[in-house]
Design a protein around this ligand. Sequence first.
Ligand code: MF3
Ligand code: CO
Length: 248
Amino acid sequence: MIVLKSEDEIKKMAEACRIVAEVLEGMKKNVSPGITTKELDEIAESYIIAKGARPAFKGYRGYPSTVCASVNEQVVHGIPSVKKLKNGDIISIDVGVHYNGFYGDAAVTLPVGSISKQAQKLLAATENALEAGIGKAVVGNRLSDISSTIQDYVESEGFSVVRTFVGHGIGRDLHEEPQIPNYGRPGEGPKLLEGMTLAIEPMVNAGGWEVNILKDGWTAITKDGSLSAHFEHTVVITNNSQSILTKL
Ligand code: MF3
Ligand code: CO
């Protein structure tokens, strides 16, 4: 069942989402060659705790950290480590927060120092695909209008969308119905309604869409070793549009 949120609930959820946005803003300032993903994780965790909130991913199905930090060919769910970032890397940082009884969830892929033209194009395409998908999150559309718009945009840029992981409803639970694939045909699935809160999150590979999971049980990598990017926002559908809750 898809749970619609009242105005009051959306206000509370917006506060959780604001903390998520602030954490990602802090990550942008701190990502640079030489920093480790563990250090980034500690910065994120201290910030969330100082706000009186809780890191949503830590302990979720045994996940050990506050953020997911996925470097280069890592797609999602990379576990922060003592390995240093280096010039030319790309890093996807995903963060979830629980506050006020509600969850917020968002991700960005950031350049480390100066990155290749191909990597720049991948980041821009993934972010633009998310924006295009969000634009379809309006009353009257169907869920798969979001999915198909993301897929069409990504493929028009010559990249591929990951099938193994999907976006999701979000609210009092981190993962609520519906699942939101980043691929599909338009005009299918549930009708979009005011008060739906969705985490839309395209994962885009420079090569093929297939992924493998590392032996740590979490880290997803591209099967062909190509670069991968991930952007995510938590949004709410309003009466005539949508609002991005994880944007400052
Ligand atoms: N944004 C991802 C999701 O919605 C992050 C989950 S990481 C996990 O599933 F550790 F919590 F699983
Ligand atoms: Co998510």
